[in-house]
Design a binder for this molecule. Sequence first.
Ligand code: TXA
Ligand code: MG
Length: 314
Amino acid sequence: MPQKTTRTLRPDAAGIAAAADILRAGGLAAFPTETVYGLGADARNGAAVAAIYEAKGRPSFNPLIVHVASAVIARRYGLWSDLAERLAAPFWPGPLTLVLPLRDGHGLSSLVTAGLGTVAIRVPEHPVAQALLAAFDGPVAAPSANPSGRISPTTAAHVLDGLSGRIDAVIDGGPCPVGLESTIVGLGGDAPTLLRAGGLPSEAIEAALGHALTQPREGAITAPGQLGSHYAPAAHVRLGATAAGEGELLLGFGPMDCDLNLSPAGDLTEAAANLFDHLHRLDARGRPIAVAAIPDHGLGRAINDRLRRAAAPR
Ligand code: TXA
Ligand code: MG
């Protein structure tokens, strides 16, 4: 991956405007929230979101949290409910993420949601995060701003230690006051579920709800990215194909004759941005899917991880 010059920006109007410009241009800007530093990109721009995974060296496409300035804006992306209101009213802005059913016409990249029918949304309280969201005026996808497998950053120096040369900028807003990732509550099912323990104690959430949260399946809190909630096509998927077999649809990569191509130019960032959209589109045609070989380096490793799950026997 080509080296970038990573700028350290001050948390003043000029620094925030510069970070918003970076996001508008499809770049990556890290910023402080009250929990941990986030690595932000425009959540509507598939290539920008793919670049997050590339910078972090994430070996798989976990869905990301979409950061917005207010609960009113959150409703553009997630289906609102009485339950969502009961949690958003007391705890937003703050260290709480709500997983909501996706709303029609949301406009988010399918890579942000990893092709799921739900979206994780958070309204951060940190004044620098709020100022960036106001200046950018759009949804910001942001995982913690650390290389995959390393601990979450709570200072700009931590961010630079891990990601200098891989991102465009970090806004230095000092240490994060909470220092723990947000608590994630799933509202997609019958009962609110604690998907990840975090900076907002679950007791506070239970007090607001007036009842206990449903606990997730075994192991889900320690490995929240492996929730098994990834989109899986209904169709049979065959990997490493060089041509479509009888009745199959071919998902290509690089110059080739196929039904849909992840990236005719053989670009892994473009392929990542297209992955879930293309799988959905082929799946909707109700025929088995053959997928061309994808190089197993950089973002290709995350693409192949996702494809192996899609092809696993169910
Ligand atoms: O405090 C935080 O939440 C920080 C700051 C930057 O906001 N962000 C953060 O993001 O911790 P990340 O990507 O490191 O963790 C996001 C978690 C992942 O474990 C992912 O599995 C879960 O959120 N997640 C995202 N979308 C989901 C969805 N639709 N359903 C279930 N889990 C989801
Ligand atoms: Mg993280």
